[in-house]
Design a protein around this ligand. Structure first.
Ligand SMILES: CC(=O)N[C@H]1[C@@H](OP(=O)(O)OP(=O)(O)OC[C@H]2O[C@@H](n3ccc(=O)[nH]c3=O)[C@H](O)[C@@H]2O)O[C@H](CO)[C@@H](O)[C@@H]1O
Ligand SMILES: C=C(OP(=O)(O)O)C(=O)O
Length: 419
């Protein structure tokens, strides 16, 4: 398995092109199942998760072409097979996003239950309850969700007891083709959901309340093809903002807009990172020293859980203390022991961690069991004295396109060691 080697201490400066968002690309690819006409996605990132979603949609019977150079994905044709097997779902939990579209368009779906993962148990009960409210019959057996509906799904008023990005997306797609009106109340408001809603609207869906926590969907009989540009990846951009800041550097995050960061902008500014919108993107520049800042992860527009590990790496070398509270996933501190091995002073207890900044981290061999934890170790390695080797980088490749090349191009001493 590949590893990433970093020799710390180089200041980062320059421009980084931000790719299309992984978390928008995955639900957008599932929209291909809602129509037999061609759905074309531009600004598509070349990520392992996008490839996995492509395999899954192709396995359902659609033609899927991913032109990685041209950053374009074509999804075309009708589904002829309705099972999402364990082998693909276990690789990527977002596979569950085919459930709503298959059920709405074909009246049936059999999708492996995703099961837990490194960051938490991550149940899918809200997806299933919502579909049941829309008239689906759901049976769980042998590790699979068996879903069927007689005729079409029916519009319903669905009140989420907890904000869920995936459940909002699944039910939004299902509601687009349901009979009658669906209301999604306490819906997630992540920019990727707005992107999905806009794509669905361009396919003929009737959706109101886009960008709010209350979506009203008037179901239509059929949807047509479209061409849609995937929005920029705010998590990739935020990751590079932290990477630049920890080295005292300055980066232009090309294509990025400040609003997409939500509360992350304020937290980075409070920590001492200037964040300015420019015509070509967001400029992130460390002014002087870094300061400890408290953050709590929350649904958008709150501080993103997918930025928590990277921000913690930054706080590890800030002046003063920082309290980091994770409210979305129950086990998202796996980077703590590894950062500690690099000299960070972090005390994690339950859902909170106190980080006491140290003047310097030291390089070490490290390993992470999830995507953002892995990249937080790269960020720490950029500032550490000596060499850091991040093992098991397949997690990284799920969500970052050629991260080592992008960082090397702005001055990092970083390389991939093929395994
Ligand atoms: C592909 C994708 O877009 N992934 C993102 C998505 O994941 P994902 O859509 O899986 O995350 P959710 O927003 O659904 O999860 C939020 C919380 O709700 C809980 N929950 C969720 C569904 C459910 O049926 N029951 C339930 O209890 C989860 O366990 C978690 O504690 O949003 C997360 C929260 O911003 C991000 O970290 C992930 O990067
Ligand atoms: C948790 C993440 O992704 P997923 O929901 O695909 O596991 C992530 O992108 O940080």
């Amino acid at each position: 398995m590949d590893r990433i080697r970093i020799r710390g201490g180089r200041r980062l400066e320059g421009r980084i092109a931000i790719g299309g968002a992984k978390n928008a690309a995955l639900p957008l690819m599932a929209t291909g199942l809602l129509t037999e006409q061609a759905v074309v996605l531009t600004n598509a990132p070349a990520l392992a998760d996008v490839a996995t979603m492509g395999h899954l949609i192709a396995q359902h019977g659609l033609t899927v072409e991913h032109d990685t150079e041209g950053r374009r994905i074509l999804l075309d044709g009708a589904a002829s097979q309705f099972e999402a097997p364990y082998d693909l779902v276990r690789k990527m939990r977002a596979s569950i996003l085919v459930l709503g579209p298959l059920l709405a368009r074909y009246g049936q779906a059999r999708v492996s239950l995703p099961g837990g993962c490194a960051i938490g148990t991550r149940p899918v009960d809200l997806h299933l309850k919502g579909l049941e409210q829309m008239g689906a019959r759901i049976d769980l057996a042998a590790g699979y969700i068996d879903a069927k509906v007689e005729g079409r799904l029916k519009g319903a008023r669905i009140l989420f007891p907890q904000v869920s990005v995936g459940a909002t997306e699944n039910l939004l797609m299902a509601a687009a083709l349901a009979e009658g009106t669906t209301q999604l109340v306490n819906a997630a408001r992540e920019p990727e959901i707005t992107d999905l809603a806009n794509c669905l609207i361009s396919m003929g869906a009737r959706i109101e309340g886009v960008g709010s926590d209350r979506l009203t969907i008037e179901g239509v009989d059929s949807l047509h093809g479209t061409t849609h540009a995937i929005l920029p990846d705010r998590i990739e951009a935020g990751t590079f903002a932290c990477a630049g800041a920890i080295t005292g550097g300055e980066l232009l995050l090309e294509g990025m807009t400040l609003e997409l960061f939500g509360a992350c902008t304020r937290s980075l500014r409070e920590a001492g990172v200037e964040m300015e919108q420019e015509a070509e993107g967001v400029r992130a520049r460390r002014l002087n020293g870094l300061h400890g800042v408290d953050v709590m992860t929350e649904p958008f527009p709150g501080f993103a859980t997918d930025m928590q590990a990277q921000f913690m790496a930054l706080m590890a070398v800030a002046e003063g203390a920082s309290m980091i509270t994770e409210t979305i996933f129950e086990n998202r501190f796996m980077h703590v022991p590894e950062l500690t091995r690099m000299g960070a002073r972090i005390n994690a207890h339950g859902s909170s961690a106190i980080v006491r900044g140290v003047p310097r981290l030291s390089g070490a061999p490290v390993m992470a069991t999830d995507l953002r934890a892995s990249v937080s170790l790269i960020i720490a390695g950029l500032a550490a004295e000596g060499e850091t080797v991040v093992n098991r980088v397949y997690h990284l490749d799920r969500g970052y396109e050629r991260v080592e090349r992008k960082l090397a191009a702005v001055g990092a001493d970083i390389e991939r060691i093929p395994g």
